[in-house]
Design a protein around this ligand. Structure first.
Ligand SMILES: [Zn+2]
Length: 320
């Protein structure tokens, strides 16, 4: 299969060819055509096909920028073997509306494998599932935290899929978090097809985070080197910690929130992590760590309601 021509939008892409493809998805109510922009890079030598994608959630710009920068930096040119399919932005609708979801209010990453007769989000998912996924052996997609939540650069992988763990270790992001795949997500569809898939989480929606972008790019290069697709990749700069479990510390009251500890910190049970004040100076609650672990994500919203997720703590860890 890997030495066969790729057919995308009736265009034939042979080994040794690079192409930019536009795939029709749908139209805006104004009649404006929405196309999926796909970069294809193929070595002369057959090998694995890697899908590198951002913007499944339209407001997670950091992931879009990470993939865009990899294309711009030409790291997929001159592959030693195999192919890369790079899609910087899947959910064009969410992107132009500064929204996680498609313009029908549905989450593309809860709409896989999708249907060409389904909701808009389902049609976006179907465009990928039908046209691109049959060509792909391994996937990496780039996300950020949502709703003002920041994620420390981390790979999420399925514990039930050893090849995904192998590639997560090769990626060597600061954190690796075992998480079961969510129903109707891209990762679930990939795993059901017995294909490894890594979800990279880093930074926060609607913002750039240079630390996450550089971790995302370096990790992708390490995976490609591990697969024999490129010669050189940056060495990892810090130890990699794998978490078997994670859970959220939630707000026990509503008010104005300030963190005093943030993502990346090692914390102990009972340690103060932040404070929630009422807006009038009358009272405050200290937010405490509910167990020993590391903060893998935190909330940057200044105003929170009782029950809001404040700190994502990873635990049951091992240093790799
Ligand atoms: Zn996301």
């Amino acid at each position: 299969m890997n030495d066969q021509p790729f057919i995308l939008n009736k265009k034939k892409i042979e080994l040794g060819q690079n192409e930019n493809i536009q795939l029709h998805v749908a139209r805006l109510p104004s009649g404006t055509v929405i196309n999926l922009r796909i970069h294809v890079f193929r070595s002369k030598k057959p090998g694995p096909t890697l899908l590198i994608m951002g913007g499944v959630h339209g407001d997670e710009i950091n992931g879009v920028e990470t993939v865009r920068r990899m294309v711009d930096d030409k790291i997929f040119h001159n592959l030693k073997k195999g192919s890369v399919i790079a899609i910087p932005l899947l959910n064009v609708y969410g992107f132009i509306n500064f929204s996680r979801d498609a313009s029908d209010g549905k989450d593309v990453n809860r709409s896989f494998p999708g249907s060409t007769k389904g909701s808009l989000a389902s049609r976006v998912a179907a465009a990928l599932t039908r046209n691109v996924l049959p060509l792909v052996d391994i996937g990496i997609d780039f996300h950020t935290g949502g709703n003002a939540r920041y994620n420390f650069p981390q790979i999420r992988f399925s514990n039930k899929h050893p090849k995904s763990l192998e590639l997560a270790k090769a990626f060597a992001s600061p954190y690796i978090v075992a998480k079961p795949a969510i129903d109707k997500s891209l990762r679930k569809v990939m795993i059901s097809q017995k294909k490894p898939h890594l979800v990279f989480e880093g930074g926060e929606s609607l913002r750039y985070d240079g630390f996450s972008i550089s971790n995302g790019i370096a990790g992708t290069q390490r995976v490609m080197k591990h697969l024999g697709m490129i010669k050189r990749a940056p060495t990892k700069k810090r130890k990699v910690i794998l978490f078997e479990k994670s859970s959220w510390v939630r707000a026990d009251r509503s008010g104005l929130f300030r963190w005093t500890q943030q993502s990346g910190a090692k914390v102990s049970k009972g340690e103060p992590l932040g404070v929630i004040n009422d807006p009038y100076g009358d009272s405050k609650n200290i937010v405490l760590a509910h167990q020993d672990g590391f903060i893998i994500g935190h909330n940057n919203a200044p105003v929170v309601s009782a029950g809001d997720a404040l700190f994502h703590i990873g635990y049951r860890s091992q240093i790799l």
